[in-house]
Design a protein around this ligand. Structure first.
Ligand SMILES: O=C(O)c1ccccc1NCC(=O)[C@H](O)[C@H](O)COP(=O)(O)O
Length: 282
């Protein structure tokens, strides 16, 4: 069993418990009350400089070095996820990602609620979404974006979840790692694509993947470089390779001064040039 399958097994078990506690109909009523989220494609476009999506990540199966962590290791002791997100926002983050998966990442929907109550920028729920229930839940808890990982979803389900996300006012961030997955994302109708430098099956990191895949992603689609950003030099490189945005977790969580770390990435992104295109959702 690969790393992704193992994570998804635990996600499905948790999901079954939550579904018993809160029926989907209750969540859809809540979604009707909260209404649609922010339209994030335009907000994440790199037309006016590389955007930084900063992540609240308590733990991870790897560190940047790709060394597998021991069970119980903490990436960082995040006592106040909302306070951390506020630091990110003050540093210029265009959006906040909250890793809500519990078993391997130590996250929760309570973290998402806390962060959403504190910041004004768009909120991404980063989790392993394999069922429509999780999308209802994502919007009901106030997120504006939901992650759909192509490697975790067969094609009809990917297209169905993408359509449902759009229908309930979420911007789907569709994550890919190779050429075939880019094609599948585009076939499903994605308009915001994240290229993850981390192979979720093997946990290996390859920062060259974005440069290889970016030309396969057409103009008009938002391109996000995810994972493994160590600092400003990587932001400059990704901007120069045409990224609209970068998604950064570990290096802004563990550096000590998270506001400064994000501000440095934002400043560096301006040096990289970027694509300068105007992007709108369909
Ligand atoms: O972070 C991990 O080790 C990981 C392992 C397996 C599946 C997903 C994983 N992370 C999710 C992410 O995509 C990252 O948290 C996110 O892109 C930020 O990455 P980083 O800046 O390298 O912390």
């Amino acid at each position: 069993m690969n790393a992704l399958d193992e994570i998804i097994g635990a996600v499905r078990a948790d999901l079954a418990k939550r579904r018993r506690l809160i029926p989907e109909a209750e969540l859809s009523d809540r979604v009707a009350e909260v209404g649609p989220g922010l339209d994030c494609a335009a907000l994440l476009s790199g037309a006016d400089g590389l955007k930084v999506i900063a992540e609240v990540k308590r733990n991870s199966p790897t560190h940047l070095s790709s060394v597998p962590c021991r069970p119980g290791d903490r990436l960082a002791d995040i006592l106040d996820p909302a306070g951390l997100a506020a630091e990110y926002e003050a540093g210029g983050a265009a959006a906040i990602s909250v890793l809500t998966e519990r078993h391997r990442f130590g996250g929760s929907l309570a973290d998402l609620d806390a962060v959403g109550a504190r910041v004004r920028v768009p909120l991404l729920r980063k989790d392993f979404i394999v069922d429509a229930y999780q999308l209802w839940e994502t919007r009901a808890h106030g997120a504006d974006l939901a992650l759909l990982i192509v490697a975790a979803l067969e094609q009809p389900l990917l297209a169905e979840l993408l359509a449902l996300a759009a229908e309930i006012g979420l911007t789907p961030l569709v994550e890919v790692h190779d050429e075939t997955e880019v094609k599948r994302a585009l076939d499903a109708g994605a308009w915001v694509i994240g290229v993850n430098a981390r192979d979720l099956r093997t946990l290996e990191m390859d920062r060259g993947v974005f440069a290889r895949l970016a030309p396969e992603i057409p103009e008009g689609v938002v391109r996000i470089a995810e994972s493994g950003v160590r600092g400003p030099q990587d932001a400059v490189a990704y901007a120069a390779q045409g990224a609209d945005a970068i998604l950064v977790g570990e290096s802004v969580v563990t550096g000590g001064d998270s506001r400064k770390a994000v501000a440095e990435l934002v400043a560096a992104g301006r040096l990289g040039g970027g694509r300068g295109g105007v992007v709108t959702s369909p």
